[in-house]
Design a protein around this ligand. Sequence first.
Ligand code: ADP
Ligand code: MG
Length: 410
Amino acid sequence: MTFPSTPSTDHASAVIPAPVPLASLVNRAQVGFEDRFGRSPRWIAAAPGRVNVIGEHTDYNDGFVLPMAIQRYVVIAADRPQPTSRPMPIRLSSSAFEQAEWISLDHTSHKQLAPWARYVLGVLVGCRDAGMEAGALDMLVDSNVPLGGGLSSSAALEVATATLVEAVTGRSMPPVDKALLCQQAEHRFAGVPCGIMDQFSSVFGRPDHLMLLDCRTAEITPVPLNDPQVQVLIINTNVKHELTGGEYAERRDQCERVAKALGVHSLRDATLDLLVDRSAALQPVLVRRARHVIGEIERTRQAAQAIAAGDWGRTGQLMDASHASLRDDYEVSCRELDLLVELAGQQPPGAVIGSRMTGGGFGGCTVSLVRSEHLEAVAHAIHDGYRNQTGIEPSLFTTRPAAGAHIVRG
Ligand code: ADP
Ligand code: MG
């Protein structure tokens, strides 16, 4: 198996570190496994994180999203355990956490496990229930997808686990089933009622392509993004505002309530005209939530067309409008995300195509499309502006659309 290559158009600079090729991350995971377990791993699997270019908070409304897999991966190395007495069949380590975990698929309550290990347990249980039991394993997880940054490290961890099980059992599952199994693991074992975008992106990622995903039918339409003049710049605010934690569930609930009041199955079936018509009977906050979702679904469709046509002016307008809507109507942005988007908007005309928050919100990352020749200057200006105004060091990187999950060794 060959690794996806790192395109030569990527840049390295003081504020944008050189990209780490997947091969180096695989090597690091292998060395980590050898350090931890004293021998080489027999199987290695990799699954990428993702960035959503546009279409935020639309997935659970049966809408469209436009993500791509990123050149940042979760890599899992594994082997059968040595024949010693062990308390439980699976021993799991992650470079992101000190404490190793012991897992049994018969765990009466996954609540006893460290939260991060529940994602892995959930997938192993799902695979077993689908007739693909992995058996006893030593496992080491390594990753360069930032945790909790809105780039879907959780889905990457789940999909890497499912891909590892494919390597171990020598059997493959239909990719859609694999993505849905991972989504179920996140629902049931992590308690996050996520849509299908994250797991689909990690499974179906394709170099040089975004994917327009219809979250109602799970149909994917590839959208080429291969213009060497256009860079995808991701900037992590490096903040995560811990609110009450119920914001995601609250937004979902509000969307369901408006859909019901409008007499439609989901907001995918509503139009702005219908909303305006009925708005007098709805709480203003519900009108604003629905206005975001209905508008965002339409923007996402249009952005897919604009990007395919290389219409960067229109693409930028749609991204900027998406951010404003998430900030004002859906109210899931924060000061730091807004600042990054404002700084992007202050760059010389034509340098930044468009910029918006990406992921669930309240912190995490922005995604911007930037003209290659301006990347260096834009990156420095936004980095310095953000650091000066917040005192926080942001993290920046560029990525091309990357390959989805695959077995690296097995
Ligand atoms: P996001 O998916 O946006 O990164 P989430 O909160 O959904 O944020 O998922 C982050 C969680 O996923 C982490 O807190 C951890 O529990 C788990 N996770 C992600 N990557 C790893 C990793 N490399 N090792 C262990 N756990 C991980
Ligand atoms: Mg996640």
